[in-house]
Design a protein around this ligand. Sequence first.
Ligand code: OGA
Ligand code: NI
Length: 337
Amino acid sequence: MAMKVLSTGIPLKSIPEKYIRPESDRPNLSEISEYENVPVIDLGGNDRAEINREIGFACRNYGFFQVINHGVSEATVEKMLMVAKEFFNLSVEEKMKLYSDDPSKTMRLSTSFNVKKEEVHNWRDYLRLHCWPLDKYAPEWPSNPPAFKEIASKYVQEVRELGFRLQEFISESLNLEKDYIKNALGDQGQHMAVNYYPPCPQPDLTYGLPGHTDPNALTILLQDLQVTGLQVLKEGKWVSVKPHPGAFVINIGDQLQALSNGICRSVWHRALVNPDQARLSVASFLCPSDCALISAPEALTADGSGRVYRDFTYPEYYKKFWSRNLDQEHCLELFKN
Ligand code: OGA
Ligand code: NI
Protein backbone atom coordinates (compact mmCIF):
# COMPACT_ATOMS: atom_id res chain seq x y z
CA MET A 1 0.00 0.00 0.00
CA ALA A 2 2.67 2.47 1.11
CA MET A 3 4.60 2.32 -2.16
CA LYS A 4 1.67 3.55 -4.21
CA VAL A 5 3.00 7.10 -3.95
CA LEU A 6 6.44 8.31 -5.01
CA SER A 7 7.04 10.76 -2.19
CA THR A 8 8.29 8.17 0.30
CA GLY A 9 11.54 9.96 1.10
CA ILE A 10 13.48 6.86 0.01
CA PRO A 11 15.80 7.70 -2.90
CA LEU A 12 15.84 5.24 -5.82
CA LYS A 13 18.85 4.38 -7.98
CA SER A 14 16.80 3.69 -11.08
CA ILE A 15 13.20 4.15 -12.08
CA PRO A 16 10.82 1.17 -12.02
CA GLU A 17 9.85 -0.32 -15.40
CA LYS A 18 6.32 1.05 -15.35
CA TYR A 19 7.62 4.65 -15.55
CA ILE A 20 9.85 4.12 -18.59
CA ARG A 21 8.49 5.67 -21.78
CA PRO A 22 9.01 4.01 -25.17
CA GLU A 23 12.01 5.49 -26.98
CA SER A 24 9.83 7.46 -29.41
CA ASP A 25 8.15 9.25 -26.52
CA ARG A 26 10.85 10.54 -24.22
CA PRO A 27 11.81 14.08 -23.32
CA ASN A 28 14.47 14.87 -25.87
CA LEU A 29 16.47 17.38 -23.91
CA SER A 30 18.39 18.63 -26.96
CA GLU A 31 15.13 19.68 -28.65
CA ILE A 32 14.30 22.37 -26.15
CA SER A 33 14.35 25.99 -27.26
CA GLU A 34 16.27 27.72 -24.47
CA TYR A 35 16.02 31.21 -25.89
CA GLU A 36 12.32 31.77 -25.75
CA ASN A 37 10.02 32.30 -22.82
CA VAL A 38 6.29 32.90 -22.67
CA PRO A 39 5.24 36.58 -22.38
CA VAL A 40 5.42 38.20 -18.94
CA ILE A 41 2.53 40.64 -18.53
CA ASP A 42 2.31 43.36 -15.89
CA LEU A 43 -1.26 43.68 -14.63
CA GLY A 44 -0.38 46.63 -12.39
CA GLY A 45 -0.36 49.37 -15.04
CA ASN A 46 -3.15 51.79 -15.88
CA ASP A 47 -3.16 51.25 -19.62
CA ARG A 48 -5.95 48.71 -19.93
CA ALA A 49 -5.85 48.71 -23.72
CA GLU A 50 -2.17 47.75 -23.62
CA ILE A 51 -2.80 44.90 -21.15
CA ASN A 52 -5.62 43.67 -23.38
CA ARG A 53 -3.33 43.73 -26.40
CA GLU A 54 -0.62 41.76 -24.62
CA ILE A 55 -3.06 39.21 -23.24
CA GLY A 56 -4.80 38.87 -26.60
CA PHE A 57 -1.46 38.25 -28.31
CA ALA A 58 -0.41 35.68 -25.72
CA CYS A 59 -3.74 33.80 -25.84
CA ARG A 60 -3.64 33.54 -29.63
CA ASN A 61 0.02 32.71 -30.04
CA TYR A 62 1.15 30.89 -26.94
CA GLY A 63 -1.94 29.91 -24.95
CA PHE A 64 0.34 30.71 -21.99
CA PHE A 65 1.67 33.79 -20.26
CA GLN A 66 2.99 34.86 -16.88
CA VAL A 67 1.50 37.70 -14.85
CA ILE A 68 3.12 40.01 -12.33
CA ASN A 69 1.50 42.66 -10.08
CA HIS A 70 -1.44 40.28 -10.11
CA GLY A 71 -3.01 41.24 -6.78
CA VAL A 72 -2.45 37.95 -4.94
CA SER A 73 -0.43 38.86 -1.86
CA GLU A 74 3.13 37.66 -1.47
CA ALA A 75 2.37 36.33 2.00
CA THR A 76 -0.50 34.21 0.70
CA VAL A 77 1.70 32.75 -2.02
CA GLU A 78 4.60 31.99 0.31
CA LYS A 79 2.40 30.36 2.91
CA MET A 80 0.72 28.21 0.28
CA LEU A 81 4.07 26.96 -1.02
CA MET A 82 5.29 26.31 2.50
CA VAL A 83 2.28 24.33 3.63
CA ALA A 84 2.29 22.35 0.37
CA LYS A 85 5.90 21.34 0.97
CA GLU A 86 5.07 20.46 4.54
CA PHE A 87 2.26 18.24 3.34
CA PHE A 88 4.46 16.21 1.02
CA ASN A 89 7.11 15.92 3.72
CA LEU A 90 4.64 14.12 6.00
CA SER A 91 5.23 10.42 6.55
CA VAL A 92 3.95 8.04 3.89
CA GLU A 93 1.56 6.52 6.43
CA GLU A 94 0.04 9.91 7.16
CA LYS A 95 -0.32 10.79 3.48
CA MET A 96 -1.74 7.40 2.51
CA LYS A 97 -4.77 8.09 4.70
CA LEU A 98 -5.88 10.42 1.89
CA TYR A 99 -4.91 8.19 -1.07
CA SER A 100 -7.39 7.37 -3.81
CA ASP A 101 -7.18 6.61 -7.53
CA ASP A 102 -10.85 7.44 -8.09
CA PRO A 103 -11.04 10.69 -10.12
CA SER A 104 -14.60 11.35 -8.95
CA LYS A 105 -13.43 11.95 -5.35
CA THR A 106 -13.51 15.63 -4.37
CA MET A 107 -10.44 15.34 -2.10
CA ARG A 108 -7.65 12.86 -2.62
CA LEU A 109 -3.95 12.26 -2.72
CA SER A 110 -2.98 10.41 -5.85
CA THR A 111 -0.06 9.70 -8.11
CA SER A 112 0.76 9.89 -11.83
CA PHE A 113 -2.46 10.89 -13.68
CA ASN A 114 -5.07 8.16 -14.02
CA VAL A 115 -3.40 5.11 -12.52
CA LYS A 116 -6.13 2.65 -13.45
CA LYS A 117 -6.28 3.70 -17.13
CA GLU A 118 -2.71 4.51 -18.17
CA GLU A 119 -0.02 2.12 -19.41
CA VAL A 120 3.01 4.16 -18.36
CA HIS A 121 3.03 6.10 -15.10
CA ASN A 122 4.22 9.64 -14.49
CA TRP A 123 6.74 10.79 -11.90
CA ARG A 124 4.29 12.86 -9.89
CA ASP A 125 2.25 12.73 -6.70
CA TYR A 126 -0.59 15.18 -6.31
CA LEU A 127 -3.15 16.36 -3.86
CA ARG A 128 -6.36 17.18 -5.70
CA LEU A 129 -8.98 19.32 -4.03
CA HIS A 130 -12.33 20.70 -5.06
CA CYS A 131 -12.31 24.25 -3.73
CA TRP A 132 -15.55 26.05 -4.54
CA PRO A 133 -17.91 26.67 -2.84
CA LEU A 134 -15.33 26.98 -0.11
CA ASP A 135 -17.67 26.24 2.80
CA LYS A 136 -18.71 23.00 1.13
CA TYR A 137 -15.24 21.65 0.37
CA ALA A 138 -12.70 23.18 2.79
CA PRO A 139 -13.90 21.06 5.74
CA GLU A 140 -12.81 17.88 3.92
CA TRP A 141 -9.30 19.14 3.12
CA PRO A 142 -6.26 17.73 4.98
CA SER A 143 -6.17 18.59 8.67
CA ASN A 144 -2.46 17.85 8.73
CA PRO A 145 -0.49 20.18 8.49
CA PRO A 146 -2.84 21.93 10.93
CA ALA A 147 -2.60 25.28 9.08
CA PHE A 148 -3.45 23.77 5.70
CA LYS A 149 -7.16 24.61 5.58
CA GLU A 150 -6.75 28.21 6.65
CA ILE A 151 -3.84 28.93 4.32
CA ALA A 152 -5.36 27.19 1.33
CA SER A 153 -8.74 28.91 1.88
CA LYS A 154 -7.14 32.33 1.65
CA TYR A 155 -5.13 31.27 -1.39
CA VAL A 156 -8.20 29.91 -3.18
CA GLN A 157 -10.12 33.18 -2.72
CA GLU A 158 -7.32 35.46 -3.86
CA VAL A 159 -6.53 33.31 -6.89
CA ARG A 160 -10.21 33.24 -7.82
CA GLU A 161 -10.29 37.05 -7.93
CA LEU A 162 -7.24 37.02 -10.19
CA GLY A 163 -8.94 34.47 -12.44
CA PHE A 164 -12.00 36.69 -12.82
CA ARG A 165 -9.87 39.73 -13.64
CA LEU A 166 -8.06 37.71 -16.28
CA GLN A 167 -11.36 36.60 -17.77
CA GLU A 168 -12.30 40.27 -18.10
CA PHE A 169 -9.07 41.07 -19.93
CA ILE A 170 -9.49 38.04 -22.18
CA SER A 171 -13.11 39.01 -22.97
CA GLU A 172 -12.04 42.52 -23.91
CA SER A 173 -9.17 41.22 -26.01
CA LEU A 174 -11.80 39.33 -28.02
CA ASN A 175 -13.86 42.53 -28.39
CA LEU A 176 -16.54 41.06 -26.14
CA GLU A 177 -18.16 42.75 -23.15
CA LYS A 178 -15.87 42.72 -20.12
CA ASP A 179 -18.17 40.29 -18.25
CA TYR A 180 -18.84 38.04 -21.21
CA ILE A 181 -16.69 35.04 -20.27
CA LYS A 182 -17.52 35.22 -16.58
CA ASN A 183 -21.24 35.26 -17.35
CA ALA A 184 -21.00 32.54 -19.99
CA LEU A 185 -19.23 30.19 -17.58
CA GLY A 186 -21.89 30.65 -14.88
CA ASP A 187 -21.13 29.95 -11.24
CA GLN A 188 -17.58 28.68 -11.75
CA GLY A 189 -16.17 25.68 -9.97
CA GLN A 190 -12.57 25.73 -8.78
CA HIS A 191 -10.17 22.84 -8.26
CA MET A 192 -6.60 22.71 -7.11
CA ALA A 193 -3.81 20.25 -7.83
CA VAL A 194 -0.80 20.48 -5.57
CA ASN A 195 1.80 18.72 -7.69
CA TYR A 196 4.92 17.20 -6.19
CA TYR A 197 7.62 15.85 -8.50
CA PRO A 198 10.23 13.95 -6.45
CA PRO A 199 13.84 13.81 -7.63
CA CYS A 200 14.07 11.25 -10.41
CA PRO A 201 17.21 9.16 -11.02
CA GLN A 202 16.53 8.91 -14.79
CA PRO A 203 14.72 12.07 -15.89
CA ASP A 204 15.41 11.39 -19.57
CA LEU A 205 13.19 8.27 -19.55
CA THR A 206 10.00 9.62 -18.05
CA TYR A 207 7.75 12.64 -17.44
CA GLY A 208 6.35 14.37 -14.40
CA LEU A 209 3.36 15.03 -16.63
CA PRO A 210 3.36 14.07 -20.32
CA GLY A 211 2.12 16.54 -22.94
CA HIS A 212 -1.51 17.42 -22.26
CA THR A 213 -3.99 20.24 -22.48
CA ASP A 214 -6.05 21.33 -19.48
CA PRO A 215 -9.73 20.39 -19.70
CA ASN A 216 -10.98 23.35 -17.65
CA ALA A 217 -11.47 27.04 -18.61
CA LEU A 218 -8.46 28.84 -17.13
CA THR A 219 -5.44 27.57 -15.17
CA ILE A 220 -3.45 29.67 -12.70
CA LEU A 221 -0.20 27.94 -11.85
CA LEU A 222 2.20 28.76 -9.09
CA GLN A 223 5.52 27.12 -9.84
CA ASP A 224 8.60 26.58 -7.77
CA LEU A 225 11.05 29.45 -8.37
CA GLN A 226 14.13 27.29 -7.93
CA VAL A 227 13.32 24.20 -9.95
CA THR A 228 12.21 24.46 -13.57
CA GLY A 229 10.27 21.79 -15.41
CA LEU A 230 7.24 23.24 -17.19
CA GLN A 231 7.38 23.32 -21.00
CA VAL A 232 4.94 24.57 -23.60
CA LEU A 233 4.64 23.46 -27.22
CA LYS A 234 5.12 26.45 -29.54
CA GLU A 235 5.16 25.84 -33.30
CA GLY A 236 6.30 22.26 -32.83
CA LYS A 237 9.09 23.16 -30.37
CA TRP A 238 9.10 22.76 -26.60
CA VAL A 239 9.73 26.06 -24.82
CA SER A 240 10.70 26.07 -21.13
CA VAL A 241 8.60 28.36 -19.00
CA LYS A 242 11.29 29.97 -16.88
CA PRO A 243 9.84 30.91 -13.51
CA HIS A 244 9.61 34.68 -13.14
CA PRO A 245 9.91 35.96 -9.54
CA GLY A 246 6.50 36.71 -8.07
CA ALA A 247 4.64 35.57 -11.19
CA PHE A 248 1.81 33.18 -11.85
CA VAL A 249 1.76 31.12 -15.04
CA ILE A 250 -1.60 31.41 -16.77
CA ASN A 251 -2.90 29.09 -19.43
CA ILE A 252 -6.02 28.82 -21.52
CA GLY A 253 -7.89 25.56 -21.01
CA ASP A 254 -10.04 23.62 -23.49
CA GLN A 255 -13.25 25.40 -22.41
CA LEU A 256 -11.94 28.85 -23.33
CA GLN A 257 -10.62 27.55 -26.63
CA ALA A 258 -14.14 26.33 -27.42
CA LEU A 259 -15.88 29.45 -26.09
CA SER A 260 -13.59 31.70 -28.13
CA ASN A 261 -14.29 29.60 -31.25
CA GLY A 262 -10.68 28.47 -31.37
CA ILE A 263 -9.11 31.96 -31.15
CA CYS A 264 -7.62 31.47 -27.68
CA ARG A 265 -5.57 28.32 -27.68
CA SER A 266 -5.40 25.53 -25.15
CA VAL A 267 -1.91 24.32 -25.93
CA TRP A 268 0.07 21.21 -25.10
CA HIS A 269 2.32 21.45 -22.10
CA ARG A 270 4.27 19.00 -19.99
CA ALA A 271 6.40 18.80 -16.87
CA LEU A 272 9.88 17.31 -16.82
CA VAL A 273 11.56 16.01 -13.71
CA ASN A 274 15.15 16.35 -12.60
CA PRO A 275 17.69 14.20 -10.80
CA ASP A 276 18.51 16.23 -7.70
CA GLN A 277 15.63 18.31 -6.59
CA ALA A 278 11.96 17.86 -5.87
CA ARG A 279 9.73 20.32 -7.71
CA LEU A 280 6.44 21.70 -6.47
CA SER A 281 3.64 23.44 -8.29
CA VAL A 282 0.15 24.52 -7.30
CA ALA A 283 -2.34 24.54 -10.16
CA SER A 284 -5.72 26.24 -9.72
CA PHE A 285 -8.37 25.40 -12.27
CA LEU A 286 -11.45 27.52 -12.93
CA CYS A 287 -14.22 25.44 -14.48
CA PRO A 288 -17.59 26.25 -16.08
CA SER A 289 -20.65 25.61 -13.94
CA ASP A 290 -22.24 22.26 -14.71
CA CYS A 291 -25.20 23.86 -16.45
CA ALA A 292 -23.35 26.44 -18.59
CA LEU A 293 -23.61 25.64 -22.29
CA ILE A 294 -20.21 26.04 -23.92
CA SER A 295 -21.08 27.69 -27.21
CA ALA A 296 -19.08 30.39 -29.01
CA PRO A 297 -20.89 33.76 -29.20
CA GLU A 298 -22.18 34.98 -32.52
CA ALA A 299 -19.72 37.87 -32.50
CA LEU A 300 -16.96 35.28 -32.97
CA THR A 301 -18.67 33.34 -35.73
CA ALA A 302 -19.78 36.38 -37.74
CA ASP A 303 -17.14 35.86 -40.42
CA GLY A 304 -19.35 33.04 -41.74
CA SER A 305 -17.08 30.23 -40.66
CA GLY A 306 -19.58 29.03 -38.08
CA ARG A 307 -18.86 27.31 -34.78
CA VAL A 308 -15.78 25.11 -34.75
CA TYR A 309 -17.19 22.97 -31.94
CA ARG A 310 -20.62 21.62 -31.18
CA ASP A 311 -22.29 22.87 -28.00
CA PHE A 312 -21.59 20.88 -24.87
CA THR A 313 -21.58 21.13 -21.09
CA TYR A 314 -18.58 20.71 -18.84
CA PRO A 315 -19.77 17.46 -17.17
CA GLU A 316 -20.06 15.91 -20.63
CA TYR A 317 -16.57 17.11 -21.56
CA TYR A 318 -14.98 16.13 -18.27
CA LYS A 319 -16.30 12.60 -18.44
CA LYS A 320 -14.75 12.18 -21.86
CA PHE A 321 -11.46 13.69 -20.68
CA TRP A 322 -10.98 11.31 -17.77
CA SER A 323 -11.96 8.28 -19.83
CA ARG A 324 -8.84 8.72 -21.96
CA ASN A 325 -5.10 8.78 -21.50
CA LEU A 326 -3.66 12.20 -20.76
CA ASP A 327 -1.46 12.28 -23.85
CA GLN A 328 -3.94 11.18 -26.51
CA GLU A 329 -5.21 13.55 -29.23
CA HIS A 330 -6.60 16.93 -28.14
CA CYS A 331 -9.88 16.10 -26.38
CA LEU A 332 -11.58 19.05 -28.16
CA GLU A 333 -11.09 17.20 -31.47
CA LEU A 334 -13.88 14.91 -30.32
CA PHE A 335 -16.28 17.87 -30.12
CA LYS A 336 -15.61 19.38 -33.55
CA ASN A 337 -18.51 20.24 -35.82
C1 OGA B 1 -1.24 20.62 -14.53
C2 OGA B 1 0.05 21.07 -15.10
C3 OGA B 1 2.32 21.76 -14.77
C4 OGA B 1 3.34 21.86 -13.70
O1 OGA B 1 -1.31 20.38 -13.30
O2 OGA B 1 -2.20 20.52 -15.33
O3 OGA B 1 0.15 21.22 -16.28
O4 OGA B 1 4.35 22.51 -13.96
N1 OGA B 1 1.08 21.28 -14.27
O5 OGA B 1 3.15 21.28 -12.63
NI1 NI C 1 -1.75 21.18 -17.24
